[in-house]
Ligand binder design. Structure first.
Ligand SMILES: Nc1ncnc2c1ncn2[C@@H]1O[C@H](COP(=O)(O)OP(=O)(O)OP(=O)(O)O)[C@@H](O)[C@H]1O
Length: 370
């Protein structure tokens, strides 16, 4: 199967491509979206100052809590919402400037996958996947030629005659993905596609989306509230908090060097970052005389944790108490996290932190224990 290479977007709405714009298939430039006040409620500023580029053929994740503005952001891409300020440029065209006819063509170049699948219960698997093609007026022979390989791709060839009620959640989402691909889109928008699924099924759906990204070169913009989803599939990530992007970048960097408090809180349950229960139970913000300072050390890339810590002991004469840790990898790049206790004696902490920094290790003081 090939992905449609020609743009369905009206020529008069085209924007001259700069080098950067050519590289990004979706670009938010200074985007704001407010919903006006109603009788019973004040105006809602759902998004403000959004600058985000989605490189062609990449997977970009947007993570945020409920109400952060994720759905609004994704609805701006297919023109279901219009920005109050700024531009949303999809494949060189500002979608906010388009009339309904041109928007319909843009939407055909954008596939969408939903949390609750949105399948028609009265239609078979085959007919659900065929639906967008029927709506576009495609003839029956072309529909068959298009839908059959899509059902193979998502692993549902043997379920083509089944109805949604006869499918598991994961199978329903596979139908949703095949349907989203039926019009050969250039971009796939995923709105919490795995939120209704158990962890194992989530994994298999994310694997499928990863395969589609790699094999078809399809760009995927996904929104989620789970770091595990970002980690499993995205190359870049933006963290959305109360309508603003508070941090964005490469997934490995964001996981290993989070800058913003919101990002840190999303990462709290990630391996190695979670405090061991016996530490979490007693940690406090204020120093404890004669106690220990709890420090997280992050090793990025090839590392040898123990030699560095034994150097701290040998060369600085500081006892290091290992409280927890893990070794992990993201996108094939290794990193490790150690949680250690250092003596709260007025000097050891600064000396040890300086020593670790000289060796290019990231540290973060988490609190104090007795
Ligand atoms: N049509 C609308 N009219 C008024 N306010 C809206 C509208 N759509 C969204 N909002 C508000 O905009 C803010 C962002 O909503 P949005 O649905 O984009 O968040 P979200 O991050 O997708 O949340 P969730 O994960 O719960 O779906 C919320 O305060 C919401 O109430």
């Amino acid at each position: 199967m090939t992905v449609n290479a020609h743009s369905p977007i009206a020529a008069d709405a085209a924007i001259p491509a700069s080098d950067e714009a050519e590289d990004a298939i979706i670009r938010f430039e200074g985007v704001a979206k407010s919903f006006p006040a109603r009788k019973s409620s004040a105006a809602v500023h759902a998004l403000a100052g959004i600058d985000l580029a989605v490189p062609r053929s990449s997977v970009v994740g947007v993570i945020g809590r409920s109400g952060a503005g994720k759905s609004t952001l994704i609805r701006l891409v297919n023109g279901l919402e219009k920005p109050t300020a700024g531009r949303v440029i999809v494949d060189g065209t500002d979608v906010a400037g388009l009339g309904e006819g041109a928007l319909r063509s843009v939407r055909r170049s954008i596939g969408m996958v939903f949390q609750h699948f949105n399948l028609l219960s009265s239609r078979t698997v085959f007919d659900n996947v065929a639906l967008p093609l029927e709506i576009a007026g495609t003839d029956a022979a072309t529909i068959k030629a298009r839908v059959t390989p899509l059902l193979d791709l998502v692993g549902l060839a043997d379920k083509r005659g089944r109805y949604p009620a006869e499918l598991s959640g994961g199978q329903k989402q596979r139908v949703g993905i095949a349907r989203a691909l039926a019009t050969q889109p250039k971009v796939l928008l995923s709105d919490e596609a795995t939120s209704a699924l158990d962890p194992e099924t989530t994994r298999s759906i994310l694997d499928l989306l990863g395969t589609i990204n790699r094999e078809l070169g399809l760009t995927i913009l996904l929104i989620t509230h789970e770091m595990a989803v970002i980690r499993a599939i995205a190359q870049r990530v933006a963290v959305l908090d109360a309508g603003r992007i508070v941090e964005q970048g490469d997934v490995f960097d964001l996981f290993t060097r989070p800058q913003h408090e919101t990002t840190r809180s999303f990462l709290a349950a990630e391996s190695g970052r979670e405090l061991p229960a016996f530490v979490a139970d007693q940690i406090q913000a204020e120093p404890i005389p004669g106690g220990q300072v709890v420090v997280r050390i992050v090793f990025r890339g090839p590392f040898a944790t123990h030699p560095v810590l034994s150097q701290v002991t040998r060369e600085l004469g500081i006892d290091v108490n290992i409280l927890g840790g893990a070794v992990d990898s993201i996108a094939g790049r290794p990193f490790g996290t150690l949680i250690v206790g250092l003596p709260n004696d007025g000097t050891s902490l600064d000396k040890a932190l300086a020593f670790l920094k000289e060796r290019d290790l990231d540290t973060e003081v988490l609190g104090h224990v007795a």
